[in-house]
Design a protein around this ligand. Structure first.
Ligand code: NZQ
Ligand code: ZN
Length: 392
């Protein structure tokens, strides 16, 4: 097992009606003015935003609002948020919504404390030194941004999607009421389930084998998310299944399922370029590339892929031909993705890739040929091109 740090400072307030506590939770932060930041309308339609305002009013907290964070949240709105927050004297941000509203809030939080262009931080020109504190009311089980140190923003100039990770952006609190997720369309629910699984799988596919406890946690989480996703296909308002994936989303990206080993993260890098250029739903984009990535890299650690096949996908180990076990495991996960109506190719994602686009995606994904991606197998621009070609 490798040395590791595990840091999860976010207070989780989980369960029915918990959003009613938001006024008191924000007041306890000793802030003077709050920026309430949200997406493109779901929180208005559901009435959640009005309940949030009522709770803030009752607690005597003053606030301003900014909506409009779209999936693959844009840098232009982040700039708008920074200007508004500075003008209004904001000292706490409350994100209400999904990963996109939360990530946009995190970017605003960084930008408020940075003299230069906040995009510099996402380009890693300089590390962030400070950020305005934030809290979250979560409405979708997916990214784990409510407990993670990450934020992912898309710059419309060049359509680059870039992430920034720092403990400065970990939310102070995360309110999670599974009932708030009942209104999600099936596609978003299932896309979220894929993302949750992938956050654990990106950590699971690692050369370190001596992480038995972490493996059990990861395997249990993956199996439970698959079970719950199957239930939600038929019963979208099943409270227990909604609750399980909501909690799994947080545990899958707060570091727990990666303790003691290094992760891979190639599928996320491959998807982020697709999201930046084609504006696809993040989890669906991950499902579209995973099988091709797995078939390309498994020879680098067939034992790990076999363990996944047996312990997660329930494939019997083929002692005569272990490679068959590996391939059956990959196919079984693709079958699961199909069963929850997720794409298993970029074409099924609704994107027809030409050769020029494959080259552009790979060029961007390799950070203009300055980095490799992946841990199980290091992938350079040529490898990345091949995977996009296999996945198209
Ligand atoms: O904008 P609104 O109207 O809220 O609609 C959203 C959006 O259309 C809708 N939605 C959310 N909650 C709903 C709802 N509709 C009905 N009822 C509800 N309760 O669902 C759509 C998707 O929302 P979004 O916030 O975009 O989804 P998600 O949470 O999957 O976030 C995706 C973004 O997070 C990034 C992704 O790349 C993507 O940009 N990620 C962030 C990470 C992090 N910060 O740690 C890690 C991830 O790997 C990921 O990269
Ligand atoms: Zn993700």
């Amino acid at each position: 097992m490798k040395n590791f740090q595990y840091y999860t400072p976010t207070r989780v307030i989980f369960g029915k009606d918990t959003e009613d506590q938001v006024g008191d939770l924000v007041r306890a932060q000793n802030c003077t003015k709050v920026l309430v930041h949200y997406g493109t309308g779901s929180v208005k339609r559901s009435g959640l935003l009005d309940r949030v305002y009522a709770s803030l009013d009752a607690a005597g907290v003053s606030y301003v609002s900014l909506g409009g964070a779209v999936p693959n949240p844009r840098l232009s709105l982040v700039y708008e948020g920074i200007d508004l927050a500075k003008k209004e004297g904001v000292d706490f941000i409350l994100a209400v919504g999904g990963g996109s509203a939360i990530d946009s809030a995190k970017a605003i939080a960084y930008g408020m404390k940075y003299e230069g262009d906040v995009w510099d931080l996402y380009l890693k020109k300089t590390p962030p030194a400070d950020a305005t504190p934030l809290g979250v009311i979560l409405t979708i089980a997916a990214t784990g941004s409510e407990m993670s140190d990450s934020s992912v923003i898309t710059n419309e100039e060049g359509w680059l999607k870039r992430g920034l990770s720092s403990d400065l952006s970990r939310p102070r609190f995360a309110i999670m009421n599974p009932e708030l997720t009942y209104t999600l369309p099936e596609y978003q629910t299932m896309s979220g389930c894929v993302d949750i699984m992938m956050h654990t799988m990106e950590r699971y596919f690692s050369h370190e084998m001596d992480t038995g406890l972490t493996d059990y946690l990861a395997e249990g989480l993956l199996k439970r998310v698959m079970e719950a996703a199957r239930v939600l296909l038929k019963e979208p308002q099943n409270y227990d299944a909604r609750a399980e994936i909501l909690w799994a989303g947080s545990l899958s990206h707060n570091g727990l399922t990666g303790c003691g080993r290094t992760g891979d993260w190639a599928c996320h890098q491959l998807e982020h370029e697709l999201g930046g250029m084609f504006d696809v739903a993040h989890g669906a984009g991950l499902a579209a590339v995973w099988g091709s990535w797995a078939r390309y890299v498994y020879p680098s650690d067939a034992a790990r892929f076999a363990k996944f096949a047996v312990n997660v996908m329930g494939i019997p180990y083929d002692y005569a031909d272990p490679e068959k076990t590996v391939l059956a495991g990959i196919e079984a996960l693709e079958d699961f993705f199909r069963s929850i109506h997720m794409p298993v190719s970029i074409g099924e994602l609704g994107v027809e890739l030409g050769e020029e686009q494959i080259k552009e995606l790979a060029y961007k994904c390799s950070f203009m040929e300055t980095r490799t991606i992946g841990g199980i197998r290091k992938l350079d621009k040529e490898d990345i091109e091949k995977i996009y070609r296999m996945a198209k």
